[in-house]
Design a protein around this ligand. Structure first.
Ligand code: FES
Ligand code: FES
Length: 869
C-alpha cells in the first residue's frame, strides 16, 4: 500500500523510506524530535503532509553523516557527549545544523534561542548548548556545565567480605559471560539501558576485571531465559546489583581463561598472562588467542569467594565516551520505536476517554476497517485495536473510531481538590520510627510545625511507549523498552494464560522513561494485537494522549512536620506524618497491573495497589533529630500511580530539607552549620562542606537577600550522597524566579566513568528543576487535563542554570547507585534560595510565580516581618 498525499511526512520518511533517524515523538509539532532540514530551514516533519512537502529539498539525520563519518555538528555533539537516552538529539542536531548554516549562532544566547522550541526530557540541556556552540565555532568555556573530581584515598579490597547475595543466586560464571567463536567476551546484560549509560559502565566493569580492552567485551541485550533475572532496572541499583556481581563473575572468568590458556601452552597458570592477544607466556613467543581459547567446551565454573574484584583497577575512573551514542547521534534506528521486522503490521488503540467511561454505542467495526483500509479492528472490553499494514492507516482508523464510539460516564467532570482529599482517605499506616521519649521531647522544647505538598506529575516521555509482539501458536515473543523484562514476562504469561517458558521478552532501548511509564502497558497491548494476527509481527504504539491519560503518575503527597528544639537550638524531637498513594505498580506476575487487564475483558478492576516502600523512602532524616515518630499513610487516591524518578524521596527530601532551614532560623543558626551540627555521617558531612565551599556559601541566619539555598540527602539512606547549592534571582515585580547556578556534589563510592556519572547528575538536576518549577497535573473526576507535551510545562533552554558538578571519588569503596541521587535535594535547595532572597517560604510544589502570589496573600503578621520585598 502506498502513502496517501495527506500522510504526514514523518511516517513516509520513517516507514516508507526507512529513515529512522527522524525520531517519532509528540506528533503535534511540540518536541522537535522529528526535525529535518527543508530548503535550508529546520522543519518538523510531523507537521507537513507528503503532498505539501513535494518538491522540497529535504535532509534527514542520515543525510548529514554516518557513524563512520559524522557531520561536524554530529561530531560536536559526540565531543560533548550530549545525550542521555539520546532520543531527542537528532532533532537538536538538525536544528543546530540549520542555524549554523544560517550563521545565527554567535554566542550562548543565540544557541539557546535556536534550541528553545525543542524538548529534552532527560535534562541534557547544558551539553546540548555546549555542542551547539562548538558546532558554531564559538568558545565554549563559560557555557553549560563544569565539573571536577576530588579523588580520596582508596580502600583495600576485602576478600573476607563474602560473595554478594546475587552471586549466591547466580553462582556460575557462564550465567554472566561467555567467549564467542570470534574471540570476544560477551556479557549478558543483567540490567537494561535506560539512557543512564549502564551498558558502557557494565562493559567497563567487565573489561577492567578481565584485564582486557573494552573493545573485546560486548554486551547482549537482556533477554528472558538467557540473561540472569535481576527483576526491574530501577532505584539506582544497576551498578550495585548488576555491576558488582558481574565484576566477581569477570574475575572468575579471567581465572578460567588463564587456566585454559596455561593448559594449552603446557605451562603453569602462574606463568601466563591474559592480554588483548590472548593468553601469553611472557618472555616467549607462546600465545593462544581468545578465538583459539573459544574452541572446545564453553568455559564454565563456579564463582568463588577468592574472585574478589579490584575496584582500583586501571580503567576504572576513566572518562570513557559512550560507544552507544555514536549510532544514536548519527541517525541509526537503534530504538524499539525504530525496529522493523519483515512483514510487520501496525496497531493503534482507542482507549476510553476517562477511567469511568463505558462503551455506550459500538459502531460497525468491519465497516470502519474497510473504509480506512485497515486489516482488522478488534474490541476487547473497553479497548479497540486497529491493525493495519501502515502506521498512518492504523491512526486514521483510530480517529474514525473516536468519532463513532459513544461513551457513558458515572458522573460530571468536576475539579478534585487532591491535597484535601488525600488526608481524608482510609489507608495503611507505616510507622517507620517510634522512639522512646517522644512525648517528653515535645513537652519540654520549643516547637515548630509546617505542612508541605507536591502535586501529581507525569513521566512525559519524548515519545509514547511502543512494543512489538509476535504470536506463534501458544508462544509469544515481545520486544519492549520496559524496565522489567522478567516481571513483564511473568505478567504476560498470567494475563494471556500461557506458560512462562512460552513467552520470551527481549529488551530494546527506548526513549527515557524515568520510572514506570506506559512501556509495560504497550507490551501487553502488542501481545493482544499479536494474538489477533498470529504469525505476523505487530508494532503497537500508544498515542501521546493515552500515554498521558493512562500514565501511572507520580503520586501527589502531603506531609506535616513538627520538631522540638532545646534551649541550645538542638533538635530533640521530630514528628512526621505523610499521605501518599503507592509509588510501586510495576508488573510482578499476578496479571493485574496493566491496562489490558483493567480495560479489557480479562478483569474489571483498577491495577492492584502497589507496595509501600517508595512512599516512606527517605522519611527518616539522616540527621540526629532526637526522638522520632514517623508515619506514612498509604491511600488509594483518584489516579493510577506508580514509580516516577526517586519515588517518595522527591517529596520527603523537599519537606525535610525545607524544614531544616526553618528550624535553623528558629535556632538562630546558619543553615549549613545547623545541618552539620546534626549530622554524624562523615561522607554526608563531606559533600555538604564541599558544596558550601564550591558555591561560596556565606553563613547567615534567616533570609540574607542573597538568594542562595542548600539541601542534602543520601538517596534511600544507602545510595549516593548528594548536596546541592542553588542561586536564584527573583524579579520582585513579576515574582518570577530564575535559577542561575546549581552546585552539585556527589559521593557514589568508586567512580566507574566520571563523565557518565556527571552526565547523570546533570540530567537529574535539570529534570528535577523542571519538576519543581512547573510540573503539575490538573485532576478532575475524569482524570487529568494535560494530555500531551504541549499541556505539560517542561523546562526549556532559557531556564537552564550554570551547573557545577563535583564528584567525590572513593576508589575501593563499592560503587553506589546514583542515577537518582541528585533528584531529591534540588527542590528544597530552590525553595530555600527563594526564601533566602525574599523571606517567603514556599511549601507547596511546584514553586511558581502564581504560588508566590498566593503565599503572599496568606502570610501571617510574623511571616510578613521576614519579607524582604
Ligand atoms: S514535533 Fe514532530 S514528533 Fe514532536
Ligand atoms: S537525551 Fe534528550 S530526551 Fe533523552
Amino acid at each position: 500500500m502506498t502513502a496517501a498525499e495527506t500522510t504526514p511526512l514523518i511516517y513516509v520518511l520513517r516507514n516508507d523510506l526507512g529513515l529512522k533517524g527522524v525520531r517519532t515523538g509528540c506528533v503535534i509539532g511540540e518536541c522537535g524530535s522529528c526535525t529535518v532540514i527543508a530548503d535550508g530551514h529546520s522543519l518538523r516533519s510531523c507537521q507537513i503532509s507528503l503532498g505539501d512537502a513535494a518538491g522540497m529539498d529535504l535532509v534527514t539525520p542520515e543525510g548529514l553523516g554516518t557513524p563512520d563519518a559524522p557531520h561536524p555538528v554530529q561530531e560536536a555533539f559526540l565531543s560533548e557527549q550530549a545525550g542521555q537516552c539520546g532520543y531527542c538529539i537528532n532533532g537538536m542536531i538538525m536544528a543546530v545544523a540549520a542555524a549554523v548554516d544560517a550563521g545565527t549562532i554567535a554566542g550562548e544566547e543565540d544557541a539557546r534561542k535556536a534550541l528553545e522550541e525543542l524538548i529534552c526530557r532527560c535534562g541534557t540541556h547544558t551539553r546540548i548548548v555546549k555542542a551547539a556552540l562548538r558546532a558554531a565555532g564559538v568558545e565554549t568555556e563559560d557555557a553549560g556545565a563544569h565539573g571536577s573530581v576530588e579523588r580520596l584515598p582508596g580502600a583495600e579490597a576485602d576478600a573476607q567480605a563474602g560473595l554478594p547475595e546475587i552471586v549466591d543466586r547466580y553462582p556460575r560464571m557462564e550465567q554472566w559471560l561467555r567467549l564467542t567463536q570470534e574471540g570476544y567476551v560477551e556479557v549478558d546484560s543483567p540490567k537494561v539501558e535506560l539512557g543512564q549509560g549502564i551498558s558502557g559502565a557494565l562493559r567497563q566493569i567487565a573489561a577492567t576485571q578481565l584485564g582486557l580492552p573494552m573493545d573485546l567485551v560486548t554486551l547482549a541485550p537482556t533477554t528472558t531465559g538467557r540473561s540472569v533475572d535481576l527483576g526491574h532496572t530501577a532505584g539506582s541499583n544497576s551498578v550495585e546489583h548488576g555491576g558488582i556481581p558481574l565484576a566477581y563473575a569477570a574475575v572468575a572468568f579471567r581465572r578460567a581463561l588463564l587456566e585454559r590458556g596455561a593448559a594449552l601452552l603446557d605451562a603453569p597458570a602462574s606463568q601466563v598472562e591474559l592480554t588483548a592477544a590472548g593468553v601469553v607466556r611472557p618472555g616467549t613467543d607462546a600465545a593462544v588467542s581468545l578465538a583459539q581459547l573459544a574452541t572446545g567446551e564453553p568455559l564454565t565454573g563456579a564463582i568463588t569467594a577468592a574472585d574478589v574484584p579490584d575496584w582500583t583497577a586501571a580503567g576504572l575512573g576513566a572518562p570513557l565516551p559512550r560507544a552507544d551514542l555514536v549510532r544514536k547521534l548519527t541517525g541509526a534506528g537503534v530504538y524499539l520505536h525504530d525496529l522493523e521486522l519483515p512483514g510487520m503490521l501496525h496497531a493503534r488503540a482507542l482507549l476510553p476517554p476517562s477511567y469511568d467511561a463505558q462503551v455506550a454505542t459500538e459502531p460497525d467495526l468491519q465497516q470502519i476497517a474497510t473504509a480506512v483500509g485497515a486489516r482488522r479492528i478488534l474490541r476487547d472490553g473497553r479497548i479497540f485495536l486497529v491493525v493495519a499494514e501502515r502506521e498512518d492507516v492504523a491512526i486514521r482508523g483510530v480517529n474514525r473510531l473516536r468519532d463513532a464510539v459513544r461513551w457513558s460516564y458515572d458522573g460530571p467532570d468536576e475539579p478534585v481538590d487532591v491535597l484535601s482529599l488525600l488526608r481524608t482517605l482510609d489507608g495503611d499506616d507505616h510507622q517507620t520510627r517510634l522512639d522512646d521519649g517522644i512525648g517528653e521531647a515535645f513537652a519540654a522544647g520549643r516547637t515548630h510545625k509546617a505542612t508541605y505538598s507536591k502535586p501529581y506529575e507525569a513521566h512525559a516521555p519524548m515519545s509514547p511507549s511502543a512494543s512489538i509482539g509476535m504470536a506463534d501458536g501458544d508462544r509469544l515473543r515481545i520486544w519492549t523498552h520496559s524496565q522489567s523484562p522478567y516481571p513483564l514476562r511473568a505478567e504476560l504469561a498470567v494475563l494471556f494464560e500461557r506458560d512462562e517458558d512460552a513467552v520470551v521478552v527481549v529488551h530494546v532501548e527506548g526513549p527515557g522513561a524515568y520510572g514506570m511509564n506506559g512501556a509495560d502497558d504497550a507490551a501487553a497491548l502488542a501481545a493482544l494485537a499479536a494474538f489477533a494476527v498470529p504469525g505476523e509481527p505487530v508494532r503497537f504504539q500508544h498515542s501521546m494522549d493515552d500515554e498521558f491519560g493512562w500514565d501511572p503518575y507520580g503520586s501527589a503527597m502531603v506531609a506535616d512536620l513538627e520538631a522540638s528544639l532545646d534551649e541550645n537550638g538542638r533538635i530533640v524531637g521530630y514528628r512526621h506524618r505523610s499521605w501518599t498513594d503507592t509509588h510501586y505498580a510495576r508488573p510482578d506476575g499476578n496479571g493485574d497491573r496493566l491496562l489490558v487487564q483493567w480495560l479489557g475483558e480479562r478483569g474489571p478492576g483498577r491495577p492492584r495497589f502497589g507496595g509501600h516502600e517508595g512512599g516512606w523512602r527517605n522519611t527518616v532524616p539522616l540527621y540526629d533529630v532526637g526522638a522520632r515518630d514517623i508515619v506514612t499513610r498509604h491511600v488509594r487516591g483518584p489516579l493510577r500511580t506508580g514509580s516516577l524518578r526517586s519515588l517518595g524521596s522527591y517529596m520527603h527530601v523537599f519537606e525535610i530539607e525545607s524544614f531544616m532551614d526553618e528550624l535553623a532560623e528558629l535556632a538562630g543558626q546558619d543553615p549549613v552549620a545547623f545541618r552539620l551540627a546534626h549530622l554524624d555521617d562523615e561522607r554526608g558531612r563531606h559533600v555538604l562542606e564541599v558544596a558550601a565551599q564550591t558555591a561560596g556559601w556565606e553563613p547567615h541566619v534567616g533570609p540574607s537577600g542573597r538568594g542562595q539555598g542548600v539541601a542534602f540527602a543520601r538517596y534511600k539512606d544507602v545510595k549516593g550522597y548528594a548536596a546541592q547549592v542553588v542561586d536564584v534571582r527573583v524579579d520582585p515585580e513579576s515574582g518570577t524566579f530564575t535559577v542561575t547556578r546549581v552546585v552539585v556534589v556527589c559521593d557514589a563510592g568508586t567512580v566507574i566513568n566520571p563523565d557518565g556519572l556527571r552526565n547523570q547528575l546533570e540530567g537529574a538536576t535539570i529534570q528535577s528543576l523542571s519538576r519543581c518549577l512547573g510540573e503539575s497535573l490538573t485532576v478532575t473526576t475524569r482524570g487529568v487535563k494535560e494530555r500531551n507535551l504541549s499541556d505539560y510545562p517542561l523546562i526549556g533552554f532559557s531556564g537552564i542554570p550554570r551547573l557545577e558538578v563535583v564528584l567525590v571519588d572513593r576508589p575501593g569503596y563499592p560503587p553506589l547507585g546514583t542515577g537518582e541521587s541528585a533528584t531529591p535535594p534540588l527542590a528544597a535547595a530552590v525553595a530555600n534560595a527563594i526564601d533566602d532572597a525574599l523571606g517567603v517560604r514556599l511549601r507547596n510544589l511546584p514553586l511558581t510565580a502564581a504560588s508566590l502570589e498566593r503565599r503572599l496573600l496568606e502570610l501571617s503578621e510574623a511571616e510578613m516581618a521576614r519579607v524582604r520585598l
